[in-house]
Design a protein around this ligand. Structure first.
Ligand code: GLN
Length: 259
């Protein structure tokens, strides 16, 4: 299944976040270490979104390609020229039956939000139609691609637009999807340029948080001893100097609302 990564910190070359470290996201696309039975390689495209925070309201830009990340010269020749203090990227392994096309590659973006889903939702059409009906029937036909992740994003972004906190959105989505399709894998990654939120549900995730920068990644890109592996079924909230890890089962059980 896919591998994803988010970075917050001092401005860094956008391309660098794809190639940084001996086990970079690009390396993870052809030699991932911790796929937990969910696929072998991540060669069905990639994408990267970055925020420009210099203007009054942040501008979110994106580059995607349905080809394997290691074949795209833009990674070496273009993306390193762009700098950002907030980046969210993903390499994709298409779930069986789903299209391989640019529009299916994360990150999915909306306003100031960028989103990635590492995982799969068995019987996703039926499941997500039912999930959507619980949340005011958002326009699923607006999905960029006919994939579980793109449709899940339509539901998520409607909730964000309605003013729900990112923690609430992720918690509610995981709960609703798992209820209807219990074997789903739901490692979700959401960013707004200032913070990152993520869930672990049957896939790997690690975080590296210091006072100056924060990284959330499916797999650590280097052997820095400060990487922390996140247990399964967690809800993580991260920014430089700040890490919160909540037990997602408990949070779902409590129906806890976040302000
Ligand atoms: N199911 C999603 C897709 O096909 C995500 C795939 C993944 O995590 N490998 O795009």
């Amino acid at each position: 299944m896919c591998r994803h990564l988010a970075y917050l910190g001092p401005p860094a070359p956008v391309g660098d976040l794809l190639t940084r470290g001996p086990h970079s996201l690009r390396t993870q696309s052809w030699a991932p270490r911790d796929m937990r039975g969910g696929g072998t390689i991540n060669a069905d495209g990639f994408g990267v979104a970055w925020w420009s925070l210099s203007s009054e309201s942040p501008v979110l830009s994106r580059y995607r390609n349905a080809a394997p990340v290691w074949t795209d010269p833009a990674v070496e020749e273009v993306l390193p020229q762009l700098h950002s203090s907030a980046v969210l990227a993903a390499v994709r392994s298409a779930t069986v039956g789903m299209p391989v096309e640019r529009e299916a590659c994360a990150p999915f973006v909306h306003g100031r939000w960028a989103f990635s889903h590492n995982g799969s939702i068995p019987r996703w059409r039926r499941t997500l139609t039912a999930v959507a009906s619980r949340f005011g029937s958002p326009p699923l036909l607006d999905a960029e691609a006919l994939t579980d992740s793109a449709v899940l994003w339509v539901i998520a972004r409607e909730l964000l637009d309605a003013g729900e906190s990112p923690e609430n959105v992720l918690r509610q989505l995981v709960r609703a999807v798992i209820e209807l399709s219990p074997n789903s894998r739901l490692n979700l990654l959401l960013g707004d340029g200032e913070s990152v939120w993520a869930t672990t549900w049957h896939h790997s995730l690690s975080v590296l948080v210091t006072d100056t920068f924060a990284v959330v990644a499916s797999e650590p890109y280097d052997d820095d001893s400060r990487w922390r592996a996140i247990e399964d079924r967690r809800l993580v909230s991260v920014r430089p100097g700040h890490l919160t890890v909540l037990d997602l089962d408990a949070v779902i059980e409590e129906g806890k609302a976040f302000s």
